[in-house]
Design a protein around this ligand. Structure first.
Ligand code: ZN
Length: 294
């Protein structure tokens, strides 16, 4: 029998950068936390649990709001916690938006690995999907199906020639996590002006996002993977799913979904009590593959 315990970080971590949408400089301080405390942001003295309950804004990123305190663009950091198996941590943030860094989750993961992962004396809990859940928005949908392990599929369907019709599935294998974690945020050139008129993407540049024109990638270094955009969508999905409060066990399939639909899916899973909380020792499979502690 295998038993997986909860995790936090070994010591404090400081991460500086700028917000993708706000363009503002920001400093994060990640602080170790006790078992069963969960993931909590602290902004202007307000504790905002990283929970779907507080997810309120979905314009090109996921925003948490509680008692007037706002934390934007939490999804890549949440995915980094998911990948490193961090269940408990405090994130002090001195501006409104989590730094975008290179547009992926890889720098968060490297910082966590460098600080080290602490194993706590409490068993990890998983949310095991117990029935099918579907959310639909016009031609987009997300469907969750019970399964013995976690997988997340994104199916992109763009007219844009460089992205086109593509699918990628993450399953809990090491190479998969590395692929997904490295995939950067992207946007289309024709969206840039619209985003900026909406007051978004003020911190965006070719250093933290992939920009596509009709038929080309504008970044001089090109793509990290041929299917980097669809892998990034999987990264966003995984980060948003972690707002459930527990790692999910089930197969999730997203056809063209975005942050709003991701959040709707998580909310429906909660509302319909579509999961059972189980300890790792109650799970009858080897579908859990957590990043090793160094
Ligand atoms: Zn993203």
């Amino acid at each position: 029998m295998f038993c997986i315990n909860q995790r936090t970080i070994k010591k404090e971590i400081e991460i500086k950068g700028i917000g993708l949408h706000s363009g503002q400089p920001v400093k994060l301080k990640l602080i170790p936390s006790q078992a069963d405390e969960g993931i909590n942001f602290v902004r202007n003295g307000v504790v905002i649990p990283a929970s779907i309950e507080y997810a309120k804004g979905f314009d090109f990123s996921t925003t948490l709001i509680k008692d007037g305190a706002v934390v934007r663009t939490v999804e890549h950091l949440m995915a980094a916690f998911y990948f490193t198996g961090i269940d408990n941590v405090i994130i002090e943030i001195d501006a409104e938006e989590v730094p975008i860094l290179d547009g992926s989750a890889v720098q968060f993961i490297e910082a966590i690995k460098k600080a080290g992962i602490e194993i706590l004396k409490a068993e990890k809990l998983y949310a095991v999907l117990n029935k099918e859940i579907t959310v639909v928005d016009k031609d987009k949908y997300i469907k969750g199906t019970p399964s013995h392990s976690f997988s997340a599929t994104y199916h992109a369907h763009y007219n844009n020639r460089v992205i086109g019709n593509r699918k990628y599935t993450y399953s809990n294998l090491k190479s998969d996590y590395e692929n997904v974690a490295m995939a950067r945020t992207y946007c289309f050139l024709e969206e840039v002006e619209m985003l900026q008129q909406m007051g978004l993407a003020k911190g965006g540049s070719l250093d933290n996002a992939v920009v596509f024109s009709e038929d080309a990638v504008l970044n001089p270094e090109g793509l990290r993977f041929e299917d980097e955009p669809v892998k990034h969508k999987v990264l966003d999905l995984i980060g948003d799913l972690y707002l459930l409060g527990f790692p999910l066990i089930g197969s999730v399939y997203s056809f063209k979904g975005g942050h709003r639909l991701n959040a709707e899916f998580v909310r429906k899973v909660l509302e319909e009590k579509a999961f059972d909380l189980k300890y790792s020792t109650e799970l009858d499979f080897n579908g859990i593959n957590l990043m090793p502690v160094q």
